[in-house]
Design a protein around this ligand. Sequence first.
Ligand SMILES: NC(=O)c1ccc[n+]([C@@H]2O[C@H](COP(=O)([O-])OP(=O)(O)OC[C@H]3O[C@@H](n4cnc5c(N)ncnc54)[C@H](OP(=O)(O)O)[C@@H]3O)[C@@H](O)[C@H]2O)c1
Length: 340
Amino acid sequence: MNIIVSGLGAVGRAFIKLYLHQKIDATIVAVGDSTGFLAKEKGLSLEDLEMVISAKAQGKGLAEVFTIRKTNAKELIPELLPDVLIELTPTNFDSGEPSLSNILFALENNVHVVTSVKSHTKTQEDYLNVIDTAKKNNLCFFDDASVMGGVPITEALKGIGSDFIEVKGILNGSTNFVLSQMEEGMGFDEAVLLAREKGFLEKDAANDLEGHDPAGKLCNLANKMGFSLKKSDVVLEKYQDKLGILGVSKEKIDELKLYGKSVRLIALIKNNDGKVEASVGVKEIPSGHFLALTKGPLNALSMKLKANQTEYELFFQGPGAGGDVTATRVIAGLKRVLFR
Ligand SMILES: NC(=O)c1ccc[n+]([C@@H]2O[C@H](COP(=O)([O-])OP(=O)(O)OC[C@H]3O[C@@H](n4cnc5c(N)ncnc54)[C@H](OP(=O)(O)O)[C@@H]3O)[C@@H](O)[C@H]2O)c1
């Protein structure tokens, strides 16, 4: 099986390292970044891939190190006829590009897609268009890596044979990091600055801080649970009159501590007899609660489920971001394509 890897950032580099380490039975015929693609019809060698990783780790563009093709994944597909496109380019919720058209082009041209990008969930229409194109052409489209980084949550959701009563969790590691730092004594601005320095916040920080990012992820999860949910259906709740975590002050956190409470940005889906209610907002919860104990950039999810008369809960927690952990789920997606 031949694959093209589009995007060589934190996830792309980690993906190639895992691919080499796990000796995945597939051939990488092209890898690309924003400067172009290094492509070889018979496959890139171990030496080629090691040089690519080393160049990217030094912050170089492929064009600085290799004689490359100034092209994109769409132009390479008809020429190299790969079996799988691994799409790991930046997320862009405005244009959806470059990933959205790469993904659709691949699926329209008999190529499976595995991705960690979130752009195709920018609207319900875009998401369904991608899913329908994959179904129509009998191809795999695995975007599990785009929600909860290293936690195999979407895979778990798809495998659950019970009814969902409620799913609630922390789907945004950057805001959880900010709240955790504030619990340790930092002010809001200082904690946001530290989150930015550590690379936890997206370029447009409002996307995280106001709760739009977890709202998008909630829709992706709901769709995988079999519900139809659009971003505009998710109620973005205000706390102290402000969206997301913008209304949380250190004073409020200190005051709540006296009552044994913490605040968390909670994404919630409730199933009211098949009618879904979804929201994202700051909630005051007991400090001993599973979600309050989820600290730093971690993500967590608890699910209330029902099988006949038995109600039960499942809990998931783990790293919601990071190149290595996210790449494990890209590898898992590729393996599912290989073993289909
Ligand atoms: N990092 C995480 O923890 C994480 C977790 C979940 C999901 N994701 C998603 O996964 C994707 C990749 O994340 P990342 O952290 O690896 O991002 P990143 O570090 O920003 O890397 C993006 C890569 O895409 C390349 N690129 C940009 N435009 C391109 C184009 N037109 N064709 C080919 N390559 C292009 C960039 O090239 P240059 O190197 O030349 O700039 C870079 O190598 C993003 O969509 C992100 O939202 C990331």
